[in-house]
Design a protein around this ligand. Structure first.
Ligand SMILES: *Cc1c(COP(=O)(O)O)cnc(C)c1O
Length: 396
């Protein structure tokens, strides 16, 4: 796979080494033209006719299928829309309803807080003894039991990149009658995912990280074909209705994953996402994964050879981590600010983690070596210990 070609598809500012595509992917060059076309030729000229004539109404499912190819979903079982937090809530509500009589959502303490917050919001609303239980990531398998309704896990830990074994945990969960919800926020476009092969029940994810859909790009949800007609959409909006334009006062869910649509889709943002998905045409996730493991191994080797004050926070075995590498440093925030000032963009995650994402579509060995050298220089010279690098910004 020649990633020089995919690199050409992205706008990367001069002098920047971008190691934060795991938080917000860069701008696909084609997105500006595609968004302009949607604004001018579609919205501008077609006005409301765009819903039919420009295919706006079918766009969320069309893009869902293109994401589905990257995550091993059966065709026609992924829908885009809303934000990931909302899709987490939707998947959890549907999963709980498939397992009546059980009241526990099990997750792990490494999960992204929003997933836990949404689960708690849902169980609080439901009342009647529903609860969220969290255990350490390594204790999940041992905590599966017959009282658990739903296992909700994020496959790749956002801080450390540690990966859960989706196939094994799904199988173990099913053996206890537990329904699974997998969050693929740091998996989609980063690692090989085989939802169908793993027998996953529900999956959700966002498109602004490794899929490069842009800030605020819509999320996606997958419902396994065997649940597609049974899953109850708790967010029963009109566009998930079987016949939205019948304006019937009785809600009847649309067939399959279309019932996970809620309201009017964000067409301008979807246009940017559709352009971003073009970059994946002809790209196989196996090639991306192989390149990503080489890049992350190389970064760890370079950093450990030249930065003695950093300690690895990610699994050393490439097969057990996603497409990111994290290091602990007691002044991680200031070190990252100093790095960003030198053009190497990663991010900081409290309390002490320097996080770097590796995205073979536009990052290669040369950038990895250069980034490690700049990091070594900042640490060796103490350049990070300047007042301007210690002042915290709102978004880290
Ligand atoms: C990035 C991320 C989110 C963010 O949710 P939004 O609703 O898109 O803001 C949620 N969960 C996980 C696991 C994430 O990595």
């Amino acid at each position: 796979m020649d990633f020089a070609k995919t690199k050409e598809l992205f706008h990367l500012p001069e002098g920047v080494i971008y190691l934060d595509g795991n938080s917000l992917g860069p701008l696909p060059k084609a997105a500006a033209g595609r968004v302009a076309q949607t604004l001018e030729a579609e919205w501008g000229e077609m006005l409301i006719k765009g819903w039919n004539d420009a295919g706006w109404m079918a766009l969320p499912g069309r893009i869902g299928d293109r994401i589905g190819r990257l995550i091993g979903a059966e065709s026609g079982h992924v829908m885009t829309g809303d934000t990931l937090s909302i899709k987490v809530w939707q998947a959890l509500a549907a999963a709980l309803a498939l397992n009546p009589g059980r009241k526990v959502i099990l997750s792990d303490t490494g999960n992204f807080p929003s997933d836990i917050y949404m689960a708690e919001g849902l169980t609080t609303l439901l009342g009647q003894g529903y609860e969220v239980r969290t255990v350490a990531p390594e204790d999940v398998a041992g905590a599966l039991s017959g009282d658990i309704a739903v296992l909700m896990l994020t496959e790749v830990d956002y801080r450390t990149g540690r990966m859960h074994d989706m196939a094994a945990l799904t199988k173990a969960a099913h053996a206890h009658g537990i329904v699974t919800v997998w969050d693929l926020a740091h998996s989609a476009g980063a690692i090989e995912v085989d939802l169908a092969g793993a027998g996953a029940d529900f999956a959700v994810g966002c498109t602004y990280k490794y899929l490069n859909g842009g800030p605020g790009a819509p999320a996606f949800i997958y419902v396994a074909p065997r649940h597609a007609e049974a899953a109850k959409p708790a967010l029963s909006g009109w566009l998930g209705h079987e016949a939205p334009f019948a304006f019937d006062l009785d809600y009847r869910p649309a067939p399959g994953v279309a019932r996970m649509r809620v309201g009017t889709p964000p067409i301008v943002q979807l246009a940017a996402l559709e352009a971003a998905m073009d970059a994946w045409d002809g790209v196989e996730m196996a090639d991306v994964r192989a390149a990503s493991m080489r890049l992350t191994d190389l970064f760890i080797a370079e950093v450990e050879a030249s930065c003695p004050t950093l300690t690895l926070a990610s699994p050393r075995d490439a097969t057990r981590r996603g497409s990111q590498v994290s290091f602990h440093h007691p002044h991680g925030y200031a070190v990252m600010q100093a790095l960003i000032a030198r053009g190497v963009i990663g991010d900081f995650r409290a309390p002490d983690i320097l996080r770097f994402g590796f995205t073979p579509l536009y990052i290669g060995e040369q950038e990895v070596r250069a980034a490690a050298a700049i990091l070594a220089d900042i640490l060796a010279t103490g350049a990070w210990d300047a007042p301007q690098f210690h002042a915290r910004k709102a978004v880290t």
